[in-house]
Design a protein around this ligand. Structure first.
Ligand code: BYC
Length: 470
């Protein structure tokens, strides 16, 4: 079951050949996907040999094969984690019932909407990162970018498979729309705001993969609990790929910090102007990028108080990440304290699940901060990087549009407007960071603003030629 059939036009482990209608529909969508990749995927690197990993089976041991691939030839396919025998619903009002192998009619439109929203983020991120290859800090980083891009493309396939296989004609129409909306497009933008933000420099890429891909981890984990078994199995396999994306973010920021500290030591100074003049990114600028991408990603969890979250949990569509770690899986009698601008409120737990998830997400985000701060402390500097308050710069939920500082204090609109430049990247900060973004493609060489990684990929040396450009 877990081995993947690569002899098929669309590699898969779900026997799509056994369903001619589905196979035909997906084979019809495939050239549209490839055309989208050609137009909206990484620009100008189609003939490069990229050292990529490809899934060969879905079990924990040895699912990945590494080798040089031209990205347009990557074998995008449909891979579901193995079925769990006699799987039961693990939460909500129908807990204990058999998991669903088909979509119950009453949840059809909600489930479709959730799958479309998830699916929409995947190609969006590829579009956002489209031009980054031209300013890569090393071949190692270039390869990681492309690995992420092809995997996000595969995650789109994962959602399109569900739409085609379980939602009939509306599903097929939604699959076309996933290729028609584009990140930042004025008329047809992507659904969620973060996925319309430009990612035009590598510091933004590392922050995006640290913060936004981590939202992906939480959303996918909550779908992995879903009563709709094909969604659960799809998301369980996607999570194995997602881990690498967050690794790129965490180590990328760590390498920026490392390089900056080297420059600070060399100069014997933490003066941002001198650090910048030396071609490195000063830590206050990094802090602004962290504030920007963290606050943007916090919106992706939805409103603090949400009837959607209550309905999705009660009906079994969307659980909490790692649902089994909790004792109460019904939550009808539980409540949760939430701070909203009017004061602290006791909210039925079911309606507070977006906030519960946001809080555990923020705890997970702290892990990298601790690591980077340890680097700074060891280098003997006082400055510490922090996460902004979950009330800062919100566009969704109870704090949307309110003037709140990064420490979470409500302040005057005027002070907020004046100070925003000190908290998130200003035009000048972005221009400076952009000025550092020069393409470095000699094997093993790194741009001056980032330290080399500790090790290469798949036990190869850092100096390996991970992308052969032609
Ligand atoms: N922007 O009750 P509410 C990833 C809408 S990242 C715009 O507050 P709910 C990845 C919401 O849709 C993971 N609109 O929240 C990472 C709803 O509209 P409708 C992506 C927003 O519904 C990196 C209304 O406001 N996956 O995979 O409980 C690279 C009221 O909603 C936003 C998912 O998000 C927003 N930020 O939860 C590549 C999972 N927030 O439906 C990939 C699928 C809310 O009333 N999505 N709204 O018209 C969901 O589970 C939920 O839709 C949300 C919102 C968590 C997004």
């Amino acid at each position: 079951m877990s081995s993947i059939d690569y002899a098929e036009k669309i590699p898969n482990n779900v026997n799509i050949a056994g369903d001619r209608t589905l196979q035909r529909a997906l084979e019809h969508w495939q050239p549209h996907f490839l055309q989208w990749w050609h137009e909206m995927g990484p620009s100008d690197f189609e003939s490069a040999d990229v050292y990529l990993r490809t899934a060969i089976s879905v079990d924990a041991q040895g699912w990945a094969h590494y080798g040089a691939v031209h990205m347009p030839d990557y074998r995008w396919g449909i891979f579901l984690a193995d079925a769990v025998a006699d799987r039961r619903i693990g939460f909500g009002d129908r807990m204990g019932d058999p998991a669903w192998q088909q979509v119950p009619g009453e949840y059809r439109s909600t489930l479709r909407r959730l799958i479309v929203t998830q699916g929409d983020t995947e190609p969006a991120s590829v579009e956002q990162q489209r031009l980054l290859g031209h300013s890569c800090p090393s071949l190692y980083d270039l390869r990681n970018l492309f690995q992420i891009n092809v995997e996000e493309g595969r995650h789109l396939w994962a959602m399109v498979y569900l739409l085609h296989a379980y939602f009939g004609r509306d599903g097929r129409e939604e699959a076309e729309e996933l290729l028609a909306r584009h990140s930042g497009d004025r008329d047809k933008p992507r659904i969620l705001t973060t996925f319309n933000e430009p990612i035009s420099d590598w510091l933004s890429l590392y922050c995006f993969t640290y913060f936004t891909d981590r939202d992906g981890k939480y959303q996918l984990k909550s779908f992995a609990e879903s009563a709709f078994d094909p969604l659960s199995r799809t998301c369980r396999f996607m999570l194995t790929e997602e881990a690498h994306h967050m690794f790129v973010g965490e180590t990328g920021i760590g390498r920026v910090v490392k390089r900056t500290l080297e420059v600070m030591k060399e100069l014997g100074s933490d003066d941002p102007a001198r650090i910048r003049a030396h071609g490195a990114i000063d830590l206050p600028t990094l802090q602004k990028y962290l504030n920007f991408w963290c606050s943007s990603s916090l919106d992706l969890f939805g409103s603090e108080i949400s009837s959607n979250s209550a309905a999705n949990f009660a009906s079994g569509l969307k659980g909490r990440p790692d649902e089994t770690q909790y004792d109460d899986h019904n939550l009808r009698n539980a409540s949760f304290k939430i701070l909203i601008p009017e004061g602290e409120q006791d909210v039925p737990m079911l309606n507070a699940l977006n906030e519960v998830m946001r809080e555990s997400y923020l705890k997970d985000c702290e892990i990298g901060l601790k690591r980077w701060n340890r680097q700074i402390e060891r280098a003997g500097f006082d400055l510490r990087l922090t996460l902004p308050s979950s009330r800062f710069r919100r566009s969704i939920g109870a704090w949307a549009g309110l003037p709140v500082d990064p420490q979470g204090r409500l302040i005057s609109k005027e002070l907020f407007g004046k100070s925003l430049e000190d908290w998130i990247p200003s035009e000048a900060d972005r221009a400076f960071v952009h000025s550092l973004m020069k393409k470095v493609v000699q094997p093993g060489k790194m741009a001056a603003w980032i330290a080399p990684p500790e090790r290469g990929i798949n036990n190869l040396p850092v100096e390996y030629e991970y992308v052969k450009l032609h």
